[in-house]
Design a protein around this ligand. Structure first.
Ligand SMILES: [Fe+2]
Length: 426
């Protein structure tokens, strides 16, 4: 985080503060504001403990988040605005060159006269957009319905539903009241199974553990299953996992559970952060191991990374979160690049369907969503209707590509991966 702070501070000083034409005292104040915004996480760490789980009042967390989000958007707008102004300057220089046959190279290095005014407008716009982005980011999740179709699905599981809650990030913002509301919304969907994909809490104080107790009110027909996320390791891993055991909510640590009546096997892996904290490292081979091909396997894995390996190991459906859907349009491309190209929605990975949820809540360090909503995902498992041929969602030729295949359609994805070879041979 310190390197991110240095980068943000240097960028703000270079592009926004030093070009200011004002009294030195005002410029120094702007520099101080840039410093506070850039090193927000370090400052929070000093006053509120770990920056992943700050022990600060809700209002302070929200205010500091708003400042950081504003600066984040401001920097993005500055890159666009400054590039545009530089383009205008180049155009003017070219016009002068063509007209007078004289090249004014110094003009290219001079500050555009409108630069500071444009920056002021960008900062104001960023502050307003940050408010809307945070209101959107902190809103209650919407329900997203999805149908996953597979000819290998056992008839017993046909039509059964799986609710997915991920990235709950319990803290002073996502409190017990919000958890109770999320549980209520989930129960109203009458899911058969509920899957919890980790990043449960940012903190292990009594109020955090109390808020997580709300999850015991989930009422699926065939059980609740969960896995840990990376934030569990930052926030008192042992306390949290013991708490889940005491609540009777099973977390899967490289293991699986068979639901005999549905012939579904729920498998779960630990997070890749485990090794850093001397905890059980992720072992998908062990998690997916079973005596024979007696079931359809749903793999719970906090992150979408590793999906190709999981597909090769025989997972039929992988459910993941962690990315928060990329949170902001444009920024989601960076989040995707950091997660093997997966950021939100449906992907076909080998014979496996990967579904990446945008997350049910957000981490308080960056609680913003622009063009991406929080969600409770409800998946209906379906076998293809009798007599219908396979429908292929993506071109067969791209199945060997390294880049993920995105299954288009926000509300429904039909995946008939198993029939792909026979279709190609036909
Ligand atoms: Fe995460």
């Amino acid at each position: 985080m310190i390197f991110i702070g240095i980068f943000i501070f240097a960028f703000l000083m270079w592009r926004a503060v030093l070009p200011l034409k004002c009294r030195p005292a005002l410029k120094a104040a702007a520099g101080a504001a840039a410093f506070i915004a850039a090193f927000k996480f370090k400052i929070i760490q000093i006053f509120g403990g770990h920056y992943f789980a700050p022990d600060l009042p809700r209002e302070v967390i929200l205010l500091s988040a708003w400042v950081f989000v504003t600066v984040f958007i401001f920097m993005f707008l500055m890159v666009i605005g400054d590039t545009f102004l530089f383009g205008v300057t180049c155009g003017e220089a070219l016009h002068t060159l063509l007209k007078t046959k004289k090249c004014d190279a110094k003009k290219l290095l001079r500050q555009h006269p409108l630069l500071n005014k444009v920056h002021a407008a960008e900062l104001a716009a960023a502050a307003v957009v940050a408010v809307f982005g945070m209101v959107n980011g902190l809103a209650l999740p919407q329900v997203r319905h999805l149908t996953v179709t597979s000819p290998d699905l056992p008839p017993e599981a046909d039509g059964k539903t799986v609710a997915v809650l991920t990235d709950l990030h319990v803290d002073n913002i996502n409190d017990r009241k919000k958890m109770e509301k999320i549980v209520q919304l989930t129960n109203e969907l009458h899911p058969d199974i509920v899957c919890l994909l980790g990043d449960f809490s940012d903190g292990v104080k009594k109020r955090h553990l109390d808020a997580l107790e709300a999850l015991t009110e989930l009422r699926p027909k065939y059980g609740v299953y969960g896995v840990v996320g990376n934030h569990e390791y930052y926030s008192g891993y042992r306390i949290l996992t013991d708490h889940f055991a005491a609540l009777g909510i099973p977390l899967l640590f490289n293991e699986n559970r068979l639901i005999p009546r549905l012939k579904l096997r729920i498998c779960g892996v630990t997070d890749s952060q485990a090794a850093r904290f001397n905890e059980t490292p992720s072992d998908p081979e062990k998690a997916l191991a079973c005596p024979e091909k007696d079931s359809w396997k749903i793999l719970l894995c906090h992150r979408p990374r590793g999906a190709r390996e999981h597909a090769a190991l025989g997972a039929d459906l992988q459910l993941s979160g962690h990315t928060h859907g990329g949170m902001v349009i444009g920024f989601d491309r960076i989040v995707a690049a950091l997660n093997d190209g997966f950021v939100r929605g449906s992907y076909k990975v080998g014979d496996m369907h990967l579904e990446v949820s945008s997350g049910t809540c957000l981490w308080n360090g960056f609680p913003v969503r622009i063009g991406c909503r929080s969600e409770i995902l409800l998946i209906t498992l379906k076998r293809p209707a009798a007599g219908t041929g396979p429908r292929i969602s993506t071109p067969p030729s791209s199945s060997s590509s390294d880049s993920p295949e995105i299954i288009r359609g926000e509300q429904e994805a039909d995946v008939l991966c198993r029939d792909l070879p026979s279709l190609l041979n036909a």
